[in-house]
Design a protein around this ligand. Structure first.
Ligand SMILES: Cc1ncc(COP(=O)(O)O)c(C=O)c1O
Length: 422
């Protein structure tokens, strides 16, 4: 059920007219639905609590790279979520949003020294180690600051997973994780480290994973590896089974969450560890739209372009992955249809949100939404073409708030420094 529906011919976010939001904030603006975010978290929690005993529920750590606005983080924290972070910046956001460090996990293939130190100083739950040189760094830094680093090793299972080559992470040619032999090596190294406590394993195979089969294949060797590690005397008390839960952008057949939860019960639960999961896109993807205004309906002998004021710098996914996003006018849904290419103003041919899309006819000043934009939308936005970062709005029922102001040009220009010798 979408939280973006028409009421009296005008598209609303929950109880709020998108026309009203555009009138007050301008466009382009990301608009998020609190009800949708809460509903998704509850659906995941519900599937897990139906399948697993109350005392073995997983810790859900929201992968905040999907959408790291502090209001979104606070909302999810309030619903009991933990957090997965990939940088010192995301750690700072998590702490600012009030997450208990014991519910924060840090992943990432290139953790910098300052990031490792910040994680250790904050006392987060664990660092997911992605290389053996990183493990050495962690030991060194932990010893320097007198902390014990809790780590798990990220296993690269060498299977394909994820709905698109660029969002798959679990094959041997990918930069992510360690192969099996390196995982064993990592545990051995950690045994002799004074400031590292190796606690388990993590696996994340990619995003948009549609079938339980894909998880089954990726995690196939896990029970054997856990058994062998234990036989070597290692204490395996945590398994972080990653994210990847899909959302519908178009007509994709979604993962059966109950079947997934039963798979967790049958395969992961018997391994007798704490279970951690890292959902990102699933919680926020369809909770957001990018609200935009038509600048020009431009006709050429070949194409009808709708040039809108949002661009690839605001929402990068179509240019980056060729991804599909539904597009819809905010009003006048019954206008005669026309076939459009929907494009932004940026000077790149890849600045196209949709090609050959049948839409009700639109003109200058009309509003439209680009759907499914809540995940990897704003968080990937840039200042390309010296375009200001868009505003963000959160809706709850009949009320709404700007949760990030549109960036001013002064904020962008003010960061540049021209030395006096130029
Ligand atoms: C380590 C890790 N965990 C979790 C996620 C979240 O993935 P998704 O948004 O598909 O749930 C990602 C995404 O890149 C990731 O790299």
């Amino acid at each position: 059920m979408s939280s973006f529906e028409k009421k009296n011919g005008v598209l609303h976010a929950e109880g709020v007219s998108l026309r009203d939001i555009a009138a007050k904030t301008g466009t382009p603006t990301y608009v998020y639905s609190s009800a949708h975010i809460k509903g998704q978290l509850q659906a995941l929690q519900g599937a897990m609590s139906a399948a697993l005993p109350a005392d073995r529920q997983p810790l859900l750590c929201y992968a905040c790279k999907a959408n790291s606005n502090l209001a979104v983080l606070s909302l999810l924290r309030g619903q009991g979520s933990g957090l997965e972070i990939v940088s010192e910046g995301e750690l700072a956001r998590g702490l600012r949003a009030g997450f208990d460090p014991a519910k924060i996990v840090s992943t990432g293939v290139g953790k910098q020294r300052s990031e490792i130190a910040a994680c250790l100083n904050a006392g987060i739950a664990q660092l997911n180690v992605e290389s053996l040189p990183e493990l050495l760094h962690i030991q060194e830094i932990a010893a320097e600051i007198g902390k014990t680093a809790r780590v798990v090793f990220r296993l690269n299972p060498n299977v394909s997973g994820g709905g698109h080559d660029k969002i798959s992470t679990g094959q041997k040619h990918h930069k992510f994780g360690l192969n099996e032999a390196q995982v064993f090596e990592g545990f051995k190294m950690a045994q002799s480290m004074s400031h590292v406590e190796a606690m388990g394993l993590s696996i994340h195979i990619g995003s948009q994973v549609f079938t339980v089969d894909s998880f089954e294949t990726a995690f196939g060797k896990l029970p054997g590896i856990v058994k062998d590690l234990r036989a070597q005397g290692h204490d395996i008390s945590r398994l972080d089974i990653g994210g990847g839960f899909p959302i519908q952008y178009k007509d994709e057949k979604l993962l059966d969450l109950d079947a997934y939860a039963r798979w967790v019960r049958d395969i992961i639960l018997p391994l007798e560890t704490q279970i951690i999961m890292e959902p990102g896109r699933y919680l926020v993807g369809n909770a957001g739209v990018l609200l935009t205004e038509v600048l020009y309906a431009k006709e050429t002998p070949d194409r009808n372009f709708l040039i809108v004021d949002a661009a690839m710098n605001d929402l990068m996914r179509p240019a980056l992955y060729g991804s599909y996003h539904a597009i819809e006018p905010v009003q006048n849904h019954d206008a005669p249809e026309k076939i459009y290419d929907v494009a932004g103003p940026v000077c790149e041919s890849s600045d196209i949100f949709a090609k050959d899309r049948t839409l009700p006819e639109m003109k200058t000043g009309d509003l439209a939404v680009i759907r499914s934009a809540g995940a990897y939308g704003f968080s990937m936005a840039s200042n390309y073409n010296t375009r200001a970062l868009p505003a963000e709005v959160l809706v709850e029922g009949e009320r709404w708030a700007i949760i990030r102001k549109r960036q001013s040009l002064e904020e962008i220009l003010g960061a540049d420094i021209a030395p006096e010798w130029v």
